[in-house]
Ligand binder design. Structure first.
Ligand SMILES: C[S@@+](CC[C@H](N)C(=O)[O-])C[C@H]1O[C@@H](n2cnc3c(N)ncnc32)[C@H](O)[C@@H]1O
Length: 222
């Protein structure tokens, strides 16, 4: 864990000095094109919708999203200024421009009901249980009524080989943060803050664990 302002957070690959190796590590440990494609398939912004990526990291999901939906209205929110500079450079190389916001891990810097869809990938397993709850409450708050949450992250392993492989991620990112993910607790955490229609809709095995896709919806009305 690293201190940023008054908050601690886990950097993209567990330690700051590893952040510049993040994209390479994802490429060699995960079927990157496929897992990001399936994520963006689920996000699939409709015309006029506002989308937020929570924990944009090096910006790879944003690149995939904008290459498929060039007119999408998308914003990113992360906690780490170092990863932001990598994301800015990568999007710039692709000729893409996205507002990439930073915050301190507290209240999201957006009014209530700002977005139609919030999505995240590989972020919740880096948060302590109390932070997961806080982030889900903030996501719920900034979603419009009926808005969607799409999350891809480590979930219940598909078998003992995936469980064993996942110890590598746990060593890097911590056991307290990753524990609820690997026990399959993400859907219950979403329901706890009020999300409805929560379900695991897909999963993909990687070299380091089973990556699961969850969708959920904010209640219509207040
Ligand atoms: C493993 S990276 C995932 C990056 C990207 N979403 C992807 O799919 O490759 C996790 C990201 O979550 C960010 N993060 C960690 N704690 C956070 C928090 N409390 N709020 C927002 N972002 C956070 C890290 O800075 C990092 O960029």
């Amino acid at each position: 864990m690293t201190t940023k302002g008054s908050r601690d957070f886990v950097p993209a690959l567990g330690f700051h000095w590893l952040t510049r190796w993040y994209d390479f590590t994802i490429r060699v440990t995960m079927p990157e094109r496929e897992f990001r494609r399936r994520l963006i398939d689920l996000v699939h912004p409709r015309s006029g919708e506002r989308v937020l990526e929570f924990g944009y990291g090096t910006g790879r999901n944003l690149q995939v999203l904008l290459s498929r939906f060039p007119s999408a209205s998308v914003t990113g929110l992360d906690i780490d200024p170092r990863v932001r500079s990598i994301a800015v450079a990568g999007l710039d190389r692709c000729g893409m421009s996205v507002p990439l916001d930073l915050y301190d891990g507290g209240r999201f810097p957006y009014p209530d009901a700002s977005f139609n869809t919030v999505f995240s990938s590989l972020v919740f397993h880096q948060l302590m249980p109390v932070e997961k709850h806080h982030a889900l409450r903030e996501i719920y708050r900034v979603l419009k009524p009926g808005g969607r949450l799409v999350t891809g992250d480590w979930g219940k392993p598909s078998g003992s080989r995936m469980r064993l492989a996942f110890y590598l991620v746990q060593l890097l990112d911590g056991f307290k943060t990753t524990g609820p993910n690997v026990r399959g607790a993400m859907p219950a955490s979403m329901e706890m803050v009020g999300f409805q229609e929560v379900s695991q809709v897909d999963a993909i095995d990687t070299r380091v664990g089973t990556y699961c896709y969850y969708t959920a919806r904010k209640r219509q009305g207040r």
